[in-house]
Structures are given as structure tokens and as C-alpha cells.
Design a protein around this ligand. Structure first.
Ligand SMILES: Nc1ncnc2c1ncn2[C@@H]1O[C@H](COP(=O)(O)OP(=O)(O)O)[C@@H](O)[C@H]1O
Ligand SMILES: N[C@@H](CCC(=O)OP(=O)(O)O)C(=O)O
Length: 391
């Protein structure tokens, strides 16, 4: 038996755990839902719930469960058919989970999220409330993206990053990502000589690691979205385990399986993590060098005076990119004005705007609390495009 590792005791001790199971683990070679695999997972999770743990399950598999009843020969690739398959499949996926948990006298309930639910503050609060109440009542929330309604422009697409957002929403003690490989390897596991990386303390530990965007035929994000998800959890203080479904029991006992991502000590707010990693940007503000310095060096809010150009169509409250004149990414932020209002404000001082446009135009365009400076991401690190600054 593998020996427990001290750091991993955190997982054994975690009370509230978000578990994500990916398409690759829930799908048979012919693309259909793998019901025995689903039941095996429920056997382990139910035991944990009966021992007093709170489990939130993020499960893929709606499309896999839906295309056969629709008479389709294979998993659809186009959005409209995938939406139809997800609508049909999600209900049978839930029926299978409900049945499997019922065997343990446990109640499961479905929460379907769209990216928009995590964008607006008031919607976010309602989502948190729904999770909390379900957990208080002893139910097991089972989450998926609302694939039938998510549009291509405004969706997560993979459930890995969705799981990290859910872990932040419910303030989980730990997150477990289950897939078809036992953790992060130095290269895709089929590559000769690829070795498992047991622990990742920060992004520098994975520099040079080779990953692919899509592993199995049915998974969507491959290792990249798993690393993005682990990174989102790490920066909000949530440790993450990445392993196979078969190893979940061992992982929850703290044994040396999979890859363990240690949370960072400098915490970022949930909203900023969402802004940096998950939100779909709807527009772009191009700013001058003075504004760039103010944002980067002083953490200032963005004023109209520093904006050179506005690109895209967006409403007040939408997420936008803030870029330099050479189009280098500076920050992501929630914009305070619609794209139709901004052109008359560009380059103008607050005093000017007060006089000519009125009091409604004296707010900053992007407030510092609604902005996050974009640092190198996991993808930048593994592709060698950027390195985190040394401590
Ligand atoms: N460096 C790596 N280490 C481990 N797995 C990797 C790596 N690079 C690519 N992969 C692939 O990522 C796949 C898992 O991603 P994916 O198929 O999207 O899973 P899921 O459906 O569980 O989300 C694995 O099957 C593996 O082949
Ligand atoms: N929401 C989709 C799954 C998205 C997806 O495949 O995600 P992943 O398991 O991360 O590859 C579904 O239920 O079919």
C-alpha cells in the first residue's frame, strides 16, 4: 500500500469536497455513458457522505447520455445538436445518479450553471444560497454546465474550470479532479519516459511539462483545463487532487496517488480569479502608457482620460480586456459604461466630463476593485511564454 504523505492529510481531513468527474471517465469507447463507472463513483462518494463529509459532485456526461436516445450514431460536434443531446442526456444522467445515491438512502439534486450565473453579483449570491441549503439538508448537489442553454460565446465548455468556480462558491476545503490518468505527468502518459509529478507547489514546478489540450476522444479540455482549474483553486487557497476514479478512495485517505496541488499563501479574491481565468471578455479597451503604469504600478482605477480606443460591443457590467497600445494584455475588468457611451468620454478628464456630460460620467471606467492585473497563466508557463516572478 502507498504511504500517506503529510501534506495530503489535508485531503483526508477536508470536510467539504468538490469532486469533478470528466467525460473520459464516464464514457464507454463507443461514446455512450458508462453506467457501471458512474455507480462505482457513487459507491465511494456515498460512503464519504455517510461518514459525515459534504460532497459536491461536478459531473460531465450529459452529451454522452443523450445522443443514443436521439437516434444519433455518434457524439455530435455541432453546438445545436450537442445542446439537444445534453438536454436529453442530463435528465437521464441525473436519474442514474439519483437511483445510485438512493441505494444509500441519500438524496441527490441537480444544479445547472451557465457562465453568466457566476458573473453577476446577485446571481452569484443565489447560487451560493442554493448550494448551502442543499448541503445543510444533507443532499448531494450534482452540477453540470447548463449545456442546453449555454451559448458558444458564453460558456465554460469544459467542466474543469467550472469545478474550480464551484469549489470557490461553496468554499470547499479541497477539490478532486477525476480523469483517466493518475495525475499530471511530465509529458502525456503514453510518451515513453513520462513520469507522474506527485506534488505541485507553484507554477514553477510544472515549467517544461508537456501537455495536450485534448486527451481522450470524449474529454474536452485535456490537461490544460485541469491545470487551469487547479491554478484557480490554488490561488484561492483550495488544494486540489488530480487522479483516476479508481484511486479516489486512496486519495481521500491521503495516500501517494495522483498529483497534489498545494494552495498558495497569497490568496486572490474569488471574483478576481473568476475575472482572470473564467470570464469571457466581451470587449477591449486600449490604453496609453500612462494609464498602463497607473494600473500596473499603483493599482489605480482606469479613467477615461487614459483610454485610446474601444473595441467590441458591450454593456455596463460586462467583462473587458484592458490592453496596451501594442496590444499586450494588462488586465481584465468589469466595465462601468456601455461601448456606446465610451467614445464621447475617451481621453477626457473627469472635470471636463462633469461639466459637459454630467455627474453620471465622473465614475472610473473600470474600478480597481473590479479589475485584476493578468499574470502569466499556467498555459503561458508550460508553453514558455511567461514565468511567475520569483518570491
Ligand atoms: N502531461 C500530461 N499528464 C497527464 N495527462 C496528460 C498530459 N498531457 C495530456 N494529457 C491527457 O489529458 C487527458 C485527460 O483530459 P480529458 O480527456 O479532457 O479528460 P476529462 O474528460 O476527464 O476531463 C489524459 O487522457 C491524457 O492523455
Ligand atoms: N457539460 C458536458 C461536458 C463538458 C466536458 O466534456 O467536460 P470535461 O469532462 O472536462 O472534458 C457534458 O455534460 O456532456
Amino acid at each position: 500500500m502507498n504511504s500517506p504523505i503529510r501534506e495530503r492529510a489535508q485531503l483526508a481531513q477536508a470536510h467539504r469536497i468538490v469532486v469533478k468527474i470528466g467525460s473520459s471517465s464516464l464514457t464507454r469507447p463507443d461514446g455512450r455513458l458508462n453506467i457501471p463507472a458512474l455507480r462505482k463513483l457513487v459507491d465511494v462518494l456515498a460512503e464519504e457522505v455517510l461518514r459525515g463529509k459534504q460532497i459536491v459532485l461536478v459531473s460531465s456526461g450529459a452529451v454522452a447520455a443523450g445522443f443514443v436516445p436521439l437516434g444519433l450514431a455518434k457524439r455530435p460536434n455541432d453546438l445545436a445538436t450537442a445542446q439537444a443531446a445534453a438536454a436529453v442526456g442530463q435528465s437521464s444522467l441525473m436519474a442514474t445518479y439519483t437511483d445510485a445515491f438512493r441505494a444509500y438512502d441519500l438524496t441527490a439534486g441537480q444544479i445547472l450553471l451557465t457562465a453568466a450565473d457566476t458573473v453577476r453579483r446577485h446571481r452569484y449570491r443565489h447560487v451560493v444560497q442554493a448550494f448551502e441549503r442543499m448541503l445543510e439538508l444533507g443532499a448531494v448537489p450534482i452540477v453540470n454546465e447548463n449545456d442546453a442553454l449555454a451559448t458558444s460565446e458564453f460558456r465554460f465548455g469544459d467542466n474543469d474550470r467550472l469545478a474550480a468556480l464551484v469549489a470557490q462558491l461553496v468554499r470547499a476545503d479541497a477539490m478532486v479532479l477525476l480523469t483517466d490518468v493518475n495525475g499530471l505527468y511530465t509529458a502525456p502518459p503514453t510518451t515513453p519516459g513520462a513520469e507522474r509529478i506527485p506534488v505541485v507547489h507553484d507554477l514553477r514546478d510544472i515549467q517544461g511539462v508537456e501537455v495536450t489540450g485534448r486527451g481522450s476522444a470524449f474529454g474536452t479540455g485535456g490537461m490544460i483545463t485541469k491545470l487551469q482549474s487547479a491554478e484557480m483553486a490554488m490561488v484561492t487557497g483550495i488544494p486540489t487532487m488530480l487522479t483516476t476514479t479508481g484511486n479516489i478512495g486512496a486519495a481521500l485517505r491521503g495516500e501517494d496517488v495522483g498529483t497534489w496541488f498545494v494552495p498558495s499563501s497569497n490568496r486572490t479574491s474569488r471574483r478576481k480569479v473568476w475575472l482572470e481565468h473564467a470570464a469571457q471578455m466581451t470587449g477591449r479597451l486600449i490604453v496609453d502608457s500612462g494609464a498602463e503604469r497607473a494600473l500596473r504600478e499603483r493599482g489605480a482605477s482606469l479613467l477615461a482620460a487614459g483610454i485610446r480606443e474601444v473595441r467590441g460591443e458591450f454593456a455596463a457590467g460586462d467583462p473587458v480586456e484592458i490592453v496596451s497600445e501594442s496590444l499586450d494584455m494588462i488586465a481584465h475588468g468589469i466595465v462601468g459604461y456601455a461601448s456606446t457611451e465610451l467614445p464621447q468620454m475617451l481621453g477626457r478628464s473627469t472635470d471636463d466630463m462633469r461639466k459637459e456630460l454630467g455627474e453620471d460620467y465622473v465614475r472610473s471606467v473600470v474600478h480597481r476593485d473590479d479589475m485584476t492585473i493578468v499574470s502569466p497563466t499556467v498555459t503561458d508557463v508550460i508553453t514558455g511564454n511567461g514565468l511567475p516572478v520569483a518570491d
